[in-house]
Design a protein around this ligand. Structure first.
Ligand SMILES: N[C@@H](CCC(=O)N[C@@H](CS)C(=O)NCC(=O)O)C(=O)O
Length: 239
């Protein structure tokens, strides 16, 4: 299986199935398509068109089948690897886990807009609009309710697809210094302590290092090939 994702710093939708697959120990090959700038640029869409005409990551590829849309990917993984228990075993818990996942998929627009995932950003507080504050209150209430019912440390006891859906929200609450309850912090700690979460951060850091050394090499090559001062303005070259 292959999972097509974009930049680990920003791509919250990429993070969800990636974390789910790592946490459930489902092997896959990662295919990285960088966002570039600005978001939605032609080169990104062009590169991605090899995997999906939908123009967005993530995409799961299993043989000749391409699955786009995060919830569909998680469902496919759960069906393909039933022993990994990506959804809770109990039917009622499973229905609620799906409700939480769907609410994340369709909702919390204000929080998503005001606090985009940005792992590299130094932790600094941010004032939230009333709408985003309501989103946070709803998320905390929902997490609290299911964790109380199922005993934690994850939403439904053991890690499941609903936790994967909320992993980027955990980073947002942390990055933007959003004030949350002790219970919420307990959940955030559980998610951040996942080896899969740590691996996402490590891989992100490794790519930053790689990009930095590529930039250094490029600079060194330029310096070696060019004299220190080059008049690049073509009108000056005519003199
Ligand atoms: N509904 C989609 C959302 C995917 C999505 O928004 N992906 C973003 C990256 S996090 C994307 O590919 N954006 C590229 C663009 O907007 O051009 C899903 O659940 O997979």
């Amino acid at each position: 299986m292959k999972l097509v994702i974009a930049n680990k710093n920003y791509s919250s939708w990429s993070m969800r199935p990636w974390i789910a697959m790592k946490a459930a120990d489902i092997p896959f090959e990662e295919v990285f398509v960088p966002f570039g700038a600005p978001l939605g640029n032609d080169e990104f869409k062009q590169r991605l068109s090899a995997y999906t005409p939908a123009g967005m990551v993530p995409v799961l590829i299993d043989g000749d089948t391409h699955i786009w849309e995060t919830l569909a990917i998680l469902e496919y993984l759960a069906e393909t690897f039933p022993d990994r228990r990506l959804w809770p075993a109990d039917a009622k818990a499973r229905a609620q886990a799906r409700a939480l996942a769907a609410e994340m998929h369709a909702g919390f627009a204000a929080l998503r807009r005001e606090c985009p995932m940005n792992i590299r950003r130094p932790v600094r507080g941010r004032e939230l609009s009333a709408a985003a504050q309501q989103n946070v209150a709803r998320i905390e209430a929902m997490w609290g309710e299911v964790r109380t019912r199922h005993g934690g440390p994850f939403l439904f006891g053991k890690f499941c697809a609903a936790d994967a859906m909320y992993a980027p929200v955990v980073t947002r609450l942390a990055t933007y210094g959003i004030k949350v309850s002790r219970e919420t912090l307990g959940y955030m700690e559980a998610v951040m302590a996942l080896p899969a979460f740590a691996e996402w951060l490590q891989r992100h850091a490794a790519r930053l290092r790689e990009d930095a050394s590529t930039a250094d090499e490029r600079r060194a090559r330029m310096d070696a090939a060019n004299p220190k001062y080059v008049l690049r303005n073509p009108t000056l070259r005519t003199h």
